[in-house]
Design a protein around this ligand. Structure first.
Ligand SMILES: Cc1ncc(COP(=O)(O)O)c(C=O)c1O
Length: 380
């Protein structure tokens, strides 16, 4: 269908706010709101429509696969990105096998924390420092891998500064030395075209509440069946069983495919929202969305620099995601001041984060720039 045909009116927040904060949470579409209601209506009408719920979950699995270039059996649906990383972490025997976890200084806290939690199981965590462009390179990864490296874990787009790593090159460097790669793609999925097969990473994790237009409570893990077969999680649950309805309490018999990394009862209300949000995203097309947000990102960069501000996010094709980070002397004062004027953005690590998606436009950018001009004293 394309971006222009998706009416901005679907996102009611634009009736009263300039919302440009999709790195935190997507604007709510009318379809997504209706989907939450459909879940409740089902409870009132049928009580426990499990067959419908399972159908929704399988539809979400298929939609995620279509959007991310994966087969449905390569998609595990989790309740968060953290649950997906934990399931993978639980497969490793750091005490007995390779013990080094090679990660970066750019990770979202949950990823760093989960890897450090493995220290009690014998792991050693090494953080590669980002360069002055806030990225890590494939060469750094290649140089840091040793015969003791168990896994490389790297973020695609950094949540603090919007820098994007060259995952394909990093995967090649790691695979060249026989080391698997986990990618946290939370800040890119839905915004930047990503094809699982082409990327070549062993594990890709993310979630749906940001650029995927959906809800908290749904994350995912992409893993192909050949790789899945090599990893046996100890963080698990009955929805990971080969036959969920075998109801066997005497054995652990995980599914052969990605589903082996799932756990307990899915977050059904959030799956309803996800079905609607992903359906909308598929209509728009991620590459169309990326064309819009890349253009707005550039307009913001030019405008901030014209104000004498500092853009922290690196420039150039392949170097950044949709979000642009702007240096400020007081991130909270700036976010609050802009919010008081109806402009919704966020901040992290001393930077203002402005994160356009396909439903934003140049007028939103002008409003943001005008708010920044008003608050020029908070820019550096
Ligand atoms: C890059 C990144 N990874 C992970 C997360 C958190 O994932 P979850 O809360 O689903 O575990 C976020 C949330 O903001 C994120 O931006």
């Amino acid at each position: 269908m394309g971006v222009e045909a998706i009416a901005r009116e679907k996102f009611e927040i634009f009736n009263h706010k300039t919302y440009i904060n999709s790195c935190s949470q997507a604007a709510l579409a009318q379809e997504v709101r209706a989907a939450y209601n459909a879940y409740l209506d089902g409870l009132v009408e049928f009580g426990s429509p499990w067959e419908t719920w399972v159908g929704v979950q399988e539809n979400v699995r298929s939609l995620l696969g279509q959007i991310l270039g994966a087969h449905a059996d390569e998609v595990a649906i989790t309740t968060s990105a953290s649950a997906a990383v934990n399931a993978i972490a639980s497969c490793f025997d750091f005490d007995k096998g390779p013990s080094q976890i090679l990660t970066t200084s750019l990770e979202f806290p949950t990823v760093g924390q989960i890897w450090h939690a493995q220290e009690r199981r014998g792991a050693q965590v090494v953080h590669l420092p980002a360069g002055s462009d806030h990225r890590v390179t494939a060469q750094q990864v290649a140089d840091a891998i040793t015969s003791d490296t168990a896994i490389v874990s790297v973020t695609h787009v950094c949540y603090r500064n919007g820098a994007m790593n060259d995952i394909k090159a990093i995967v090649e460097a790691a695979h060249g030395q026989g080391v698997p790669v986990l990618v946290d793609a939370y800040q890119s999925v839905g915004a930047v075209p990503l094809d699982f097969a082409e990327l070549g990473a062993d594990f890709v994790v993310g979630g749906l509440l940001k650029y995927m237009l959906s809800s908290p409570g749904v994350g995912f893990l992409l893993v192909n069946s050949a790789t899945a077969a090599e990893y046996i999680p100890t963080t698990t649950g009955w929805f990971a069983a080969r036959d969920i309805f075998a109801m066997d309490i005497n054995a652990f018999d995980p599914a052969k495919d990605a589903r082996r990394f799932e756990s307990g009862t899915p977050n059904v209300p959030s799956l309803y929202a996800a079905q609607a949000g992903l359906g909308l995203l598929l209509e728009v097309g991620v590459s169309n969305a990326w064309d819009v947000s890349r253009q707005l990102h550039e307009e913001l960069r030019v405008g901030v620099e014209a104000l004498g501000g500092t853009v922290v996010t690196p420039s150039g094709s392949g170097a950044h995601g949709p979000m642009i980070a702007i240096a400020t002397t007081d991130e909270h004062a700036l976010v609050n001041s802009m919010a008081a004027d109806g402009v919704i953005v966020s901040s992290r690590d001393g930077n203002l984060r402005v994160s356009p998606h396909f439903y934003n436009n140049s007028n939103d950018v002008e409003i943001v720039l005008s708010a920044l001009k008003t608050n020029r004293h908070l820019l550096v």
